[in-house]
Design a protein around this ligand. Structure first.
Ligand code: 5RP
Length: 291
């Protein structure tokens, strides 16, 4: 008697019927439903299996940080080069053109700023993410910190709502103050996000990053962190991608670059086309010098 396992494995029971075994191209996503896969396929390029998310949500905790004073002038010209835009609803509604037709990774947790204690956050209303047509909902999780339990609770609630409406969720790992920024910590933090229902995990690159990726059953994207010289930022992207990251969710190393448009294109070359850091940097210089 045929059962579903035979069919999934492509057994045609000697009937000569071609049974196609299909699997979705992103790690751990085979069992997601159609709506979830549709949204993910808008975010992750199908050919490379990776994404360049442009992060400019920093203002929700930092205010108008350097490079983000004028989103209309500094960020909007970069939109065409990104696969996905990571921002808050305030900036989305007021500054991002609604016809830019890029998938949105919407920051849906908020609560405190750099002026008080960071990471004390609650969730927006899910309907707001639906109104904004979010392709991903992102919430901060502070593993190992004072707000661990409440932020994990936020994530689990978000994952429940995301599952209900087929909207992928992204756990954003904020590093607790006393935590070592090493592979052991990031593997734990990423795994906790995935175990609690994150569809994507955003974390940081570190030495031994392969261990972080291997222990996480869903795609990982890396944040860029503080501004680095362009070549070093491209090395960071390269190392993360070559060690299994499914992309970057990068902000300051793009919008604080001396040439943000050249930088995001160089990052895209490293992420999607496997350019080496040197090739990426040459691309950066070439675009920059074209003026
Ligand atoms: C801001 C964030 C950013 O989205 C994230 O840190 C990525 O930006 P960067 O590359 O500048 O670190 O979470 O709160």
């Amino acid at each position: 008697m045929a059962d579903m396992d035979d069919i999934r494995e492509g057994n045609d029971f000697g009937l000569g019927i071609e049974v196609e075994k299909k699997s979705f191209y992103l790690k751990g996503m085979d069992n997601m439903d159609w709506g979830m896969k549709d949204r993910l396929s808008r975010v992750f390029n199908k050919k490379s299996g990776r994404t360049v998310m442009l992060a400019f949500d920093h203002g929700y905790i930092m205010g108008p940080t350097s490079g983000l004073e004028r989103i209309d002038l500094n960020i909007n010209p970069l939109i065409e080069y990104a696969d996905c835009l990571m921002c808050t609803r305030g900036i989305l509604r007021t500054v991002v053109p609604a016809d830019s037709n890029k998938p949105i990774s919407l920051r849906v947790s908020a609560g405190s700023t750099i002026l008080t204690e960071l990471n004390n956050e609650v969730l927006y209303d899910i309907e707001e993410a639906i109104r904004c047509n979010a392709s991903v909902m992102a919430a901060m999780v502070e593993i190992g910190g004072k707000h661990e339990a409440s932020t994990v609770k936020n994530l689990t609630r978000l994952a429940d709502l995301g599952a209900k409406y087929s909207i992928p969720t992204m756990g954003v790992t904020a590093v607790g103050k006393d935590m070592a920024r090493d592979a052991r910590y990031f593997a734990l933090a990423s795994r906790v996000c995935a175990e609690n229902g994150s569809t994507i995990v955003k974390t940081y690159f570190t030495e031994g990053f392969e261990k972080v990726v291997n222990a996480c059953p869903v795609p990982i994207v890396i944040a860029g962190g503080k501004k680095l010289p362009e070549l070093e930022a491209l090395e960071l992207c390269y190392n993360a991608i070559q060690q299994g990251a499914a992309g970057v969710d990068m902000g300051r190393n793009v919008f604080q670059s001396e040439n943000p448009a050249a930088m995001i294109q160089a990052v895209a070359g490293v992420v999607h086309d496997n350019l080496t850091p040197k090739e990426g940097f040459d691309l950066f210089e070439t675009i920059k010098n074209q003026g």
